[in-house]
Design a protein around this ligand. Sequence first.
Ligand code: ZN
Length: 160
Amino acid sequence: MSITQDQVVSIHYTLADDAGEILDHSAEGAPLAYLHGRGNLIPGLERELTGKSAGDRLRVKIPPADGYGEYDAALVQRVPRRALKGVADLRVGMRVQAQTAQGARTVTVTHIIGDMITLDGNHPLAGKNLTFEVQVAEVRSATAEELSHGHVHGPGGHHH
Ligand code: ZN
């Protein structure tokens, strides 16, 4: 069975940046399961997986436009510390909910200088080339319930 729209696909993967640093990987012996063609993976990776079968291995380099988007400097803002007074133990690298010009979103604290905090609303992987090494573990048909929810149930997927 090859990978087409609305099939449940299980993959082992590692994700590395241009420097070769591993940013993410599937758990040992527990592949990630996702519903294909529903935007559960980044667009570039779904496109590369289309047509592949269980056992196939691929190594793909995905540019930001097909990944988490280009880095947008307009999503960086500086706010006074009091704007985050609800956050305990504020430190660089924290992900916090903040009000922005685009509404409430999750942002990363990138600098703390005196009373001023710099918040970055970009996805942590925005602007990066992403190199995936993938092995397709399994391809199966989705159940009616999985199709109606838009995600996978059972091992490697969501549990309800
Ligand atoms: Zn569900």
